[in-house]
Design a protein around this ligand. Sequence first.
Ligand code: ZN
Length: 342
Amino acid sequence: MQANEITEELLALLSITSPTGRATPAADYCAERLASFGLPVKRTARGAVVATLQGTQGGPARALTAHVDTLGAMVAEIMSDGRLRLTPIGGLPAQACEGAYATVLTQDGEITGTILPGCASTHVFGAHYAEQKREWPEMRLRLDAKVDGPASAEQLGVAVGDFVAVDPRPVRTETGFVKSRYLDDKASAAALLCAARAAANGPRPRRTTYLHISVYEEVGSGAPAGIPGDAEEIVAIDMAAVGAGQASREDLVTICAKDSGGPYDHNTTQRLAQLARGANIPFVFDTYPYYASDATAAARTGRDVRIGLFGPGVDASHTHERTHEDALLGTAQLALAYIQEP
Ligand SMILES: [Zn+2]
């Protein structure tokens, strides 16, 4: 596998709008990719994707899961001036959306706009511009259309309950970084797709491994949906939290030992580390202070599964994210090593 192909896959995924609840196009893309590698692919009622790498031996199966749903928002109210008040989907901070371009997904099509504080002009509002709160009740989406009130917005097809996708603005730098929103978790999904292709072209794995693409992770209910019941281990591939006090780095894979949901299975975590060492994949262990994964979500449903978590380091997560192609490659390599675990 090459870092370049994972980055290309990531950019393709980032070009598909997929806020939680409207993630079907991104899941469709993944389903088509997995099927094109020759893998049997199923869709769940909720829209998740499950591809199967059939093992050569019987015994309990396991699953790798990554999510393609992203943070987003929804129209909560059409204000008297025609601007839109939004409610966030998942943990999208309003402060990180000031000035962001966004798209309203209406029943009939798409209308672009900009997310602004309620009082956005310094010439009109003076010092109040700086002082006003940057929180969702005070933020507004300004549509790129001639609207002056609810009637004209509704005429364009805008309605309360419409999904809003914030533009990711992906950029790949010459220094090997990718900066974009939604590297959580499209970076991992891209790595999983590349590992799936390598696995499909390689020797059959010993144990049956399900590759699961989740579409409700950002609201905490993704992975339980659709991972077949014979999986006794669920490993989430999701971004690692980079920042002060964290061991995680943008250019490395992290194996997570504990997050807000508690410790991951010790046996699973240690086996992942062994696999990384065996394949010469540089990695760190870390714990995350404000974080829960789809693997934990699965365990919380009462399923009797061992859970694990690894993924690429992502700086400034849920705001202005960035990772490095070294971490993308390491994540794909560790996913492949897990699939091919002897
Ligand atoms: Zn995530």
